[in-house]
Design a protein around this ligand. Sequence first.
Ligand code: M6R
Length: 607
Amino acid sequence: MCGIIGYTGKSPCKNILLSGLYALEYRGYDSAGMALLDNKGFTIIKSRGEVSRLEEKMRAFHAPESSCGIAHTRWATHGEPGERNAHPHVVGKTALVHNGIIENFKEIHELLLSKGYVFASETDTEAAAALIDLYYSETGEPLSALSLACEKLCGSFAFAVMFEDREGELYGVRVGSPLLIGAGDGESLLASDTAAFPANIDRYIAMEDGGISRIFRDGFQLFDMSLSEIKANEQPLTQISRNTHKDGYEHFMRKEIHEEAAAVLKTLAAYIKNGLPDFSASGVDTSILKRLSSLHIAACGTAMHAGLFAKFLIEKFLRIPVFAEVASEFRYKEPIFEENTALLVISQSGETADTLAALRLAKERGIYSIAVVNVPSSSIAREADAVIYTHAGREVSVASTKAYTVQTALLSLFALHLGLLRGNICESEAQKFCFSLSRELPEKIDEVIAREDEVRALCLSLSQKESAFFIGRGVDAHICAEGALKLKEVSYINAQAYPAGELKHGTISLICKGLPVIAVSTQLSTAEKTAANIREVAARGADVYLVAPADFPQDGAKYIFSLPKATEPLLPILAATVTQLLAYHAALLRGCNVDKPRNLAKSVTVE
Ligand code: M6R
């Protein structure tokens, strides 16, 4: 979603801000803008579309050499994605960029109209800028103005703010949307993400939710909403936390698929000791895990598909009910929490608004929470009772690939851990499975990736179609759901996933000659049943693409990707990598912008 970068320091900042915007591009946006502040006041430059267009415009316009500024990539929510609505918004002496949503902006609008403010855009952001300006004109003091404005604003938002008569100062506000401070030598920054900080910035501080910051060249101060100063928790900025290089790959999506084996290896190594699962690093309370009589899972999108995968395994190993629900539904449905239950939330970014809200709801109800998160210091990581980190490294491509693969591997290990803890699985069985996950899986993933050309060949025909089905049974149905999401997301082929047996209850009417049906069959127990479904669709003219072990039935399949020989529980994860490559190559052949699919944002920080 929207990206924020702000700078104050010893150097001219327009190029620093532009580089920050380029680094934030992956979050998804449709316009960009910058405000520079010097002793002559604000200079505002905005552009529809790519950051490169903003850069061209700035060059043509000879933007001033100021050393204090804020910049933004906007993902439109209120009003079309044109220059008029692009940030920064300037009202009176206040310039503001914003990530999030002001829910009561209409009410604020009314109030400000009555005070004589006029609005130039359709955004909720401009109302916030005007409100801050109103309080700034009344108090003459930035922190008070921000705190008073926040008292009135509802929603989730992060702001970077400048006041025209305070050159060299930036102000940050964090209410529900992430905002970080970068600290360097004689320069300080505000940003939505560490990726936006220049290489010489070596420390960062994740602002507390409900916090305000004042940023100077030589330092910063943090306050809560009542303006009591609070202590900063500085963290080192590592190369990993800002790595946004393609390392010779054409796209981040392909690079990240190619990193899967290493990411699985690294992640599982953190949770296996002496050949057995060991989650002590997560701080998870073992006594609660031992008592669980049910489990709830909430997540969104791809992370939800990892959650469904986990549900399948935990129910199988533990024989307790697991309720998995997309977080956007979970948070509004008044979930029923049984005794001895817990909530597991899964999120790559750790900032997804709905998942965070689900977590908060469970916490309010006194439910123990465990988060599977990839980004350290993210909101979800900070708020959950226990955090199991995936060490997948930064995922830049909007389409989640390596994060999913690592989540499925890690959740398999977690399910095993639960099974072992509760005596449902014996130690020797657990040791074998640990070995398969941590050693065999990375090797087999690399074997699949080494055959990428085979997957690309399958896409020559698939990429010419406008719709497709994915079918599979049991755990494979969840792999299909993720495969279909990936294909839709990056190639814009309308793909629907169905449990294979469900097709003939209605959807089979859509099967016609040449329609692609991608069948995933990895489990011996359901292989014959899925084979029967494949024959049914093939008999009606579908082009079946089969992803299955070489010794599974293949009748009816027109195209086949034979999975490498591997321990059965690993096969669905390998099939997922195949479907990710399928989506990638289909999108490429269709000329799509693989890393930045239209309308999508990497981290969905609004509901
Ligand atoms: O950061 P999260 O894992 O919480 O994100 C959840 C979804 O927005 C995300 O998985 C989305 O579905 C992916 N971009 C799809 O590839």
